[in-house]
Design a protein around this ligand. Sequence first.
Ligand code: G3H
Ligand code: 13P
Ligand code: NA
Ligand code: ZN
Length: 328
Amino acid sequence: ALISMRQLLDHAAEYGYGIPAFNVNNLEQMRAIMEAADKTNSPVIVQASAGARKYAGSNFLRHMILASIAEFPHIPVCMHQDHGTSPDICQRSIAMGFSSVMMDGSLMSDGKTPSSYEYNVDVTRRTVEMAHACGVSVEGELGCLGSLETGQAGEEDGVGAEGTLSMDQMLTDPDEAADFVSKTNVDALAIACGTSHGAYKFTRPPTDDILAIDRIKAIHQRIPGTHLVMHGSSSVPQEWLAVINEFGGDMPETYGVPVEQIVEGIKYGVRKINIDTDLRLASTGAIRRFLAENPSEFDPRKYLKKTIEAMSDISAARYEAFGAAGQA
Ligand code: G3H
Ligand code: 13P
Ligand code: NA
Ligand code: ZN
C-alpha cells in the first residue's frame, strides 16, 4: 500500500528503528529494493531525485513505484520526492501522487547556493501548509552537507551546495533546529553532521572529528519528538570498490559512513537514512565483473540480473542492520 512518510517514521520512532530511503532511477533498482523488502519483511521508502526524474521521467518512476505496490501489496511503500528546490516543484510532485516530498530550503532554488535561515523557514513552511492539506508529508533540511575534512561542499555529481562551506554551515545547530521545526511544522528534518553525497565522502575511515554523530545526539536531546534524516549515508563498500577496480574500473581510495555509525544515530532519533551511491557501486561492480568474465554475452538481461542481485543484497543488509526487517 502507498503510505505517507509520517506514518512510517512514527512507527519507526515508536519501535526504535531506522528506514533506509533508496534512490530509484530504473526497473532494476526498484526490483532489487522490493525483493529485499519482501525477503526481510521491511517497510519501503523509495525516492526520486531531480536527476532520476530527468533520466527516467516522472511518469515512468511513478508507475514503476505503483507497479511495485501492486506486486507486493503487503509491503508499505512511501513514494518520496528527494531534494525539491522550490515549493512549486514539490507541488508538482504532490499533484502526481507522491506521498512525501523533501523541500530542501537549505539551498536557493539553483540547488547550489546556501540560503539564509529566513528563506529556508519561508519556503519550507509554505510547502508544509500545501502538502499537509493533501495528506502528504514533508522533509526539510537545515545545514549544508559538506566535508569537515576539507571544508568543501563536495557536490561531485551536481547535487548539493557548491564551493567552500564554514564549519557552522556543515553542522546543524540544535537550537536553530528546534526553532526551525516549530516554525515550519516539518514531519522530518534532514541534518548536517559531516556526510556528503556521492562516493568521495572521506579520504580515510571516518573518526568523530569528521563524522559528528555527537551532533545528532545533541539535536535529538533538544527535539526528541522530531524524526531526523541522514543524507549522504552510503557506506561505500570496500569490497565493491575492489571489484570495480579489478575489472577495469579506476576509482581512487575512498570511505563512506560505516553502518555501525548509522546504527548509533538510530539510537538518537535518526529514522530515515538516504542511500543512493551504494546501489550504484554494487550495480557497476556486478556489470563490470559479469562482462569481463563472460565476454561473448550480449543479452542485457544477463548482466542486469546480476545488478539486481547485488543491489538486493545491499538493500537487505541495510534493512537488517537498521532494524527495519520484520516491521512491514
Ligand atoms: O541527492 C542525491 C542523490 O544521490 C541523487 O543523485 O541527482 O544524480 O540522481 P542524482
Ligand atoms: P549517498 O550518495 O551517500 O548514497 O546519499 C544519497 C542521498 O543523500 C540522497 O538524497
Ligand atoms: Na530526501
Ligand atoms: Zn540527499
